[in-house]
Design a protein around this ligand. Structure first.
Ligand code: NAD
Length: 271
């Protein structure tokens, strides 16, 4: 432990179960000395798994549907009361596409589902930031991180509408990062993570094969949820205080690799 977040307060969204990236972030943030509030959509808490995380990290839980400005306002207001002041970091770890869930091909996307996906997975980020800014709920130098995937830059057919939605999420980080940075020195970044075996990840058609493919391309292999959490912690810490409006790849080198020897061999292309 490095005490990187000693004395810092935060809000962590999206811890559904032990596989969730947000779950690992909460564990690491606790180890690094932070106090924080956990939140998720009320419906996602039915299983009650989040209670174990709250107990382990000494945190309180405030349910909030991230599409509701009212619920987000309550989240930021109550969090400041519970934690005893403004927050220093926020993790947006929220993603859901009904088109993916229902296995609808991209070219036949249902537009009501598409709009729902945009609202839950991208606009929720804007709403969160707008509420925080209006309430002046984040300290100067504070750090906000959202999780994204490289389908925002390159086509992955099975990622369907989430590709467009992640592109919007990353754009919001840049656009809001400008305004919030100028006014309050709050930094906003997205972390573009390797395929990871979580509820959201494994819900994608062909995920297992793709996971293996990405692992065979990346020189370091796929980055797991725990290492993603480590990276998020560095972004919440003061050591990265001049990093903002970036999309940061956390993928073992996958995004910079054209092809690997392993994949060449598998395709029988190498002598
Ligand atoms: N798993 C991967 O392969 C992968 C790769 C890159 C990026 N990501 C991103 O990481 C983030 C976290 O996903 P994960 O892989 O840990 O999966 P996960 O399923 O554990 O987390 C997704 C979370 O979003 C929450 N959520 C859904 N609708 C919500 C709403 N209306 N309000 C509040 N919360 C809501 C869910 O309850 C869940 O906790 C997502 O943004 C995802 O797109 C995942």
């Amino acid at each position: 432990m490095y005490n990187l977040l000693k004395g810092k307060r935060g809000i962590i969204t999206g811890a559904l179960d032990q596989n969730s990236i947000a779950w690992k972030v909460a564990e690491k943030a606790h180890e690094e000395g932070a106090s924080f509030v956990l939140t998720n959509a009320p419906i996602a808490m039915r299983m009650g798994e989040i209670n174990a995380l709250a107990e382990k990290t000494g945190s309180q839980i405030i349910p909030a549907d991230a599409t509701s400005v009212d619920e987000l306002t309550n989240l930021f207001t109550q969090s400041q009361e519970i934690l005893g002041g403004k927050v220093d970091f926020v993790l947006h770890s929220i993603g859901m596409s009904v088109n993916i869930r229902k296995k609808i091909p991209y070219t036949e996307s249902n537009y009501d589902y598409f709009m729902k996906g945009i609202d839950v997975s991208a606009l929720s980020f804007h709403k969160m930031l707008a509420v925080a800014k209006k309430l002046d709920a984040i300290n100067e130098g504070g750090s906000v991180v959202a999780l994204t995937y490289m389908a925002a830059q390159r086509t992955y057919p099975f990622y369907t509408d989430m590709a467009d939605i992640k592109a919007m999420l990353e754009s919001i980080a840049r656009s809001f990062g400008y305004h919030y940075g100028l006014e309050k020195k709050v930094r906003i970044n997205t972390v573009s993570q390797s395929p990871t075996k979580t509820s959201a990840g494994t819900g994608i058609k062909g995920f297992g094969d793709f996971f293996d493919y990405a692992d065979a391309i990346a020189p370091l292999g796929n980055a797991d949820a725990e290492s993603c959490a480590d990276y998020c912690i560095t972004l919440f810490s003061d050591l990265t205080r001049m990093v903002t409006m970036q999309n940061l790849f956390h993928d073992g080198g996958y995004s910079s690799t054209g092809v690997s020897d392993i994949v060449m061999k598998k395709m029988g292309l190498e002598e």
